[in-house]
Design a protein. Structure first.
Length: 334
């Protein structure tokens, strides 16, 4: 149980995972139940009670769908006349002391981890999105990344400074946003961020492989899911549809063919994720500089291949398809 106080009131917030709406067996009864309409059991349920001089004033219980959340300092904001709390995929705003639901906003498709006050608005650190809400819960903007906004060790994943918001995703990519949701990284920062992500990949995890194309003077990466789009002739398979543009598909096919033919102009980044120094910023920076120097890559002219951020690949598993092990490119992933 976590206790908060205002000038006049005490607020208790705690997990009440056994609570079931309408059940006579509940340990706690509440004045208000703010639940999603869902047939599924909520991964997280929070009880909230307000007190004045140890006298209970009101109680409420909240629950939603999405990934489970915990109660911690950065998941709750207490103001003089209202409280805001992250619960699963939503942010709830309740009045103090009456616990009337003022608004509720689904701020992430999966989980809302943290909430921070910024001027007269709120910044939400979600699993899939970084969002800014106004004082009435309206979403002002949202930004997603290439992966979820958390890391394996959960450290240093989200920071707010006076000038920007810095978020880190699962593959250790860094995202710097201004308070209007605009990415503000310089080109040099973007290049080093991309290199850091590629260099920190574990040698035994091949979900994404990072390359430099010397012919095109361009960095690019290929996802394992990209390969599953194609048949043995490197045409889009009959059971597969994609939203990738024709231009990006042609580039992807060209590079897969060149990788298969061991084109010396395509150079793979070293995968140092299993190194003892992988979390040493100076070590990774030195490796990035070494890669740039050894391959005569100029930060000023090199580019990063931009693929559709929201591109999708759909495979119809009902159709009988050829075994992927027969495809020539499959040996890349062995």
């Amino acid at each position: 149980m976590t206790h908060y106080t205002t000038d006049k009131y005490r607020i208790d917030i705690y997990a009440d995972q056994t609570f079931t709406e309408g059940s006579a067996d509940n340990v706690n009864q509440y004045d208000f139940v703010y639940f999603d309409n869902s047939e599924y059991h909520f991964p997280s349920v929070f009880g909230i009670k307000t007190f004045k001089d140890d006298t209970l004033i009101k109680s409420a219980v909240i629950g939603s769908i999405g990934g489970g959340t915990g109660i911690r300092e950065t998941s709750t904001i207490i103001e003089n006349d209202r409280l805001l709390i992250c619960c699963l995929d939503s942010v709830f705003c309740l009045s103090i002391p009456d616990l009337t639901l003022l608004w509720r906003t689904k701020a992430d498709q999966a989980t809302c981890f943290e909430i921070y006050k910024y001027q007269d608005s709120y910044i939400i650190h979600g699993e899939l999105e970084i969002s800014r809400l106004d004082k009435d819960g309206k979403i002002l903007w949202q930004q997603s990344g290439a992966d979820i906004f958390t890391t394996l060790d959960g450290k240093d994943t989200f920071t707010i400074t006076d000038k920007y918001i810095l978020a880190t995703d699962w593959e250790n990519r860094k995202y710097k946003f201004d308070f209007n949701g605009i990415i503000i990284m310089t080109k040099q920062e973007q290049i080093y961020n991309w290199l850091t992500t590629g260099l920190q990949q574990p040698a035994d995890r091949l979900s994404e492989i990072f390359y430099y194309d010397k012919r095109d003077n361009e960095f690019f990466s290929i996802l394992v899911t990209d390969y599953f789009m194609f048949d043995e002739n490197l045409d889009v398979a009959e059971d597969t549809t994609t939203t990738y543009t024709k231009e990006n598909l042609e580039t992807l096919i060209d590079r897969i063919k060149r990788i298969e033919k061991k084109d010396v102009a395509i150079i793979s980044l070293p995968r140092l994720g299993n190194s003892a120094n992988v979390d040493d910023t100076e070590f990774i920076s030195q490796q990035a500089e070494s890669f740039l120097n050894l391959n005569s890559i100029s930060i000023e002219t090199v580019t990063i291949w931009e693929v559709e951020e929201n591109g999708t690949i759909t495979i119809d598993l009902k159709n009988k398809s050829k075994s992927v092990t027969k495809k020539p490119w499959w040996k890349v992933w062995k």
